[in-house]
Design a protein around this ligand. Sequence first.
Ligand SMILES: [Zn+2]
Length: 300
Amino acid sequence: MTAPMPLPALPEPLPTRVVDNHTHLESIAGRLGTPEAPTIAEHLREAHKVGVDRLVQVGCDLDSAAASLQMPSGPAARMRVGVALHPNEVVSHHHIRETSPDGRDPISLPRHETTYDEAFARIAELARNSRVCAIAETGLDYFRAGERGRAVQRHAFRDHIALAKELGLPLQIHDREAHAAVLEVLDQDGAPEVTVIHSFSGDAAFARECLDRGLYLSFSGTVTFANARDLHEAAALVPTDRLLVETDAPYLTPHPNRGRVNTPAQLPHTVRFLADLRGEDLEPFCGHLSRVAEGLYGPF
Ligand SMILES: [Zn+2]
């Protein structure tokens, strides 16, 4: 049991309201290690206080996908939902446990009794709910996967691409140490019309490759880290009409709260950092971010 950790203080509110393009509200309580964690409704209220009035709640395993559709939209911040099977979940549904080529242990997830095919069929069913605005998050996580794991992830990634196209929904991609492989799959199958690289983690060259393919890039708190030079270069060159922001809460907390538990209310730190980095005035920059997100996901 980890020691309970207080949530970081609320940042100064943004002058214009923005969208948190990717968050996992159901995981915040577990990371805090306290039963008195704020409720989902309280997180929505706190986010709204600092100018985050809409968010995309991502449920990327069977339980959280179903639970996300039961969450309140409001009070205050409005919620839409992304559903998918995370690449690490896919490996777990296939009961594969192998070390990565460079010797990393497999990620420890509960061993699912549901087969991958059954699980994906369920996700495809949930994706038809009118609250769903994205297939999220799918993709490739090569960090802790061996050859068999990587193969089943690629297969599942293709299934999710096909589902997004069938339903006309945006696709949010998780890419961990798999930049080239992600582009290879997208080139083979063709990216859905709206495709977002969530929590972008590449350099300027990879950002250009993504932009050439018409993709959107979403930046999380990692871009605020002082040593993230490659990310800074990437974030500086993305045209405003392809740029999104997210928290990926409870992970990837922005500076100055790195190491604490993240919530959607921490998004203003990332937005301010990006505005400074790009030399943009904060208020119009927020307006752009808001319009781009709403253009992709529709009204919340
Ligand atoms: Zn995520």
